[in-house]
Write a protein that binds this ligand. Structure first.
Ligand SMILES: [Zn+2]
Length: 614
């Protein structure tokens, strides 16, 4: 089975890339763009930036090492490994040559790092050596599952064995988690138990504390508390997600119910208080970190693409472990509004941060972008974790679509394609997320229970099969039968656009409202005939749909705030008047994931609500 996460137990088992084939459609088109454009784009930029060259330099005659200065940040090796993982899932022809370049840089004892080879393991807080191994191991796992043993997987085994020898009986760990989940997955694919034990020790050691204090504090790398004692996700959002993934993986493989429920409780509390409407994570730019509860400023939302991907990875693990549909719901929200937002429609530039409000049009950056601020996608970054992370996630996306369990086959993500499991073959046809009609056609039948996810927003959904139609509640719509080729199951999800209000404790959003339609969050973008967004207020009345190039755009009623300003932007309470609104007219909203594809613009998801009390 070829899936990025393949637990040996759990309520559900993923159907892998060998069981799910995506066809043209929202996700199928993006997966094809990844294979045809994004993977090559990443490789070209890492050649240009010299990050692949670092391996060549190290792989040459050792006497010449250091003759060419090393390029890139201390963790840039991990980017090549993420790309190798993408290539492995995509069965990309460029993999063997890139893997050979990496292999030549590996040392006799399995050590491999182009930055720290002369001063091994001297900086656990910032060195990222184990983090790099984690991504290398994930590439190897993908290769083993898609292809089998080769030069890359030999490199990976040697590196993983080196890590076990060096770290099994120490108290050390890495400032950036990821090696934990990577080692568990390597255990799952090889059966070698020391990899699981090493992962377990890395998870348990964290928070003892295992790392030195830093100016951001130990919460930055989740070393402030043991994983099983923490109550909420905190600190650097990508680190928090990757660690939680590793903890779930360890918990599932060792039968540690306490550890699993600790992570579930952290997820519950975080989702209730620390997640942006898009599913994005992070409210602090300086340390790329979660804010406090209800600290969710739209303009300062960090929502790093990688944190969204980490959240999708965590949701998938918790879904498989528990079968709870809420995890698939959050994964879908994050897929449509973070994962799909980051890459440009042509696959050649990317958002690193994904704020929900951009006040000033960004200035295009020539060449490598030194920063991560949102506003305009860039072809490459000094820290370019996000493009490669998109590449590996798109390449393995088919592994997230459907699962199987004691209760049959479950389709969690509605996208055109074919699903095969245990003699059953299904073809899914849908224009989702623009249409709410999902048709599952039976190609090869048999007795089976087929469950289709009904998202939490879809009240009023219906399922039809065998000549009957019945209402279904959010959760799963179940169709059971002895299916024959040609049978059809149809799910109808109501796609009426809806206004959404924030919890009153989210100070930065008070008085605002946003529009969602199906799983898609909408925004206003200052392109074309759109008023200045700083002066716009919206009426919470039914939006009007327009189909533009196959994409649903929405008009909402709006009015303008007065452009007049006083000398002081505050008023004594007893003198306050209702806001001065004028010039009513429609305001065009576009899917958030499409914004920023038409040049520099301002944008906002949350609109001041003209007709709602503050
Ligand atoms: Zn990133």
């Amino acid at each position: 089975m070829a899936s990025p996460v393949l637990p040996s137990s759990g309520v559900l088992s993923p159907l892998g890339l060998d069981s799910v084939r995506l066809a043209p459609g929202f996700w199928g088109d993006r997966v094809a763009l990844n294979r045809e454009v994004i993977i090559a784009h990443c490789q070209e930029w890492m050649e240009r930036a010299g990050w692949i060259g670092n391996f060549r330099t190290l792989g040459e005659d050792p006497a010449r090492r250091g003759a060419r200065p090393r390029q890139g940040r201390e963790f840039s090796d991990s980017e090549i490994y993420k790309l190798l993982e993408a290539m492995a899932w995509a069965d990309h022809p460029a993999l063997p040559e890139l893997a050979a370049t990496v292999a030549r840089a590996q040392e006799e004892d399995g050590y491999l790092n182009t930055r720290w080879h002369d001063e091994r393991y001297t900086d656990f807080e910032w060195g990222h050596e184990l983090y790099c191994y984690g991504h290398l191991i994930q590439a190897g796992v993908a290769r083993l599952r898609m292809h089998g043993e080769d030069e890359l997987t030999e490199v990976v085994r040697r590196a993983a064995d080196h890590v076990c020898r060096r770290f099994m009986d120490t108290t050390e760990t890495c400032g950036h988690p990821v090696v934990e989940m990577a080692l568990v997955e390597l255990y799952r694919v090889t059966g070698v138990e020391r990899y699981l034990e090493m992962a377990r020790r890395f998870v348990e050691r964290r928070g003892s504390p295992a790392l030195a204090d830093i100016p951001f504090g130990r919460a930055y790398f989740q070393d402030d508390l043991p994983v099983r004692k923490a109550e909420v996700f905190r600190g650097h959002a990508v680190r928090a997600m990757y660690l939680a993934c590793g903890a779930v993986d360890v918990a599932v493989e060792t039968g540690d119910a306490e550890l699993l429920s600790a992570v579930e409780a952290q997820w519950d509390r975080t989702v209730a208080r620390r997640v942006h409407l898009t599913g994005g994570l992070g409210s602090h730019h300086a340390d790329e970190a979660f804010g406090e509860d209800f600290e969710l400023p739209p303009d300062r939302a960090y929502s790093e693409t990688c944190a969204g991907i980490g959240s999708i990875m965590l949701s998938q693990r918790l879904l498989l472990a528990t079968g709870d549909v809420r995890y698939a719901d959050l994964a879908e929200r994050t897929m449509f509004n973070v994962l799909a937002t980051a890459p440009a429609l042509d696959g050649r530039s990317f958002f690193y941060a994904n704020p929900l409000h951009v006040r000033a049009p960004a200035t295009p950056v020539e060449g490598i972008n030194q920063g991560a601020e949102g506003g305009l996608r860039s072809p490459w970054f000094t820290v370019s974790c996000c493009p490669n992370n998109i590449a590996r996630t798109y390449a393995s996306l088919a592994g997230y679509v459907a699962t199987a369990g004691a209760s049959g086959v479950q389709i969690h993500h509605h996208t055109p394609g074919e699903i095969r499991h245990d003699g059953l073959a299904l073809r899914v046809e849908t224009g989702y997320p623009w249409s709410g009609e999902v048709t599952v056609r039976v190609l090869e039948g048999g007795p089976a229970r087929i469950s289709l996810r009904v998202p939490s927003w879809a009240s009023g959904a219906q399922i039809s099969h065998g000549g009957t139609t019945r209402p279904v509640s959010p959760g799963y719509a179940v169709a059971e039968g002895d299916w024959e080729a040609g049978d059809e199951i149809r799910l109808d999800l109501p796609m009426t656009p809806r206004w959404t209000l924030p919890d009153r404790r989210v100070d930065a959003l008070r008085g605002c409202a946003a529009v969602e339609r199906g799983p898609v969050v909408y925004c206003a973008e200052s392109v074309g005939d759109v008023p200045e967004l700083a002066l716009v207020a919206a009426r919470v009345s039914p939006p009007v749909e327009h189909l533009v190039d196959g994409v649903v755009e929405l008009d909402v009623e709006s009015a303008r705030l007065s452009p007049e300003t006083g000398a002081w932007p505050y008023t004594p309470a007893q003198e306050a008047e209702s806001p001065d609104l004028s010039d009513p007219g429609p305001l065009r909203l576009v899917p958030y994931h499409r914004w920023g594809n038409r040049g520099p613009a301002t944008m906002r998801v949350w609109l001041p609500a003209a007709d709602r009390p503050v």
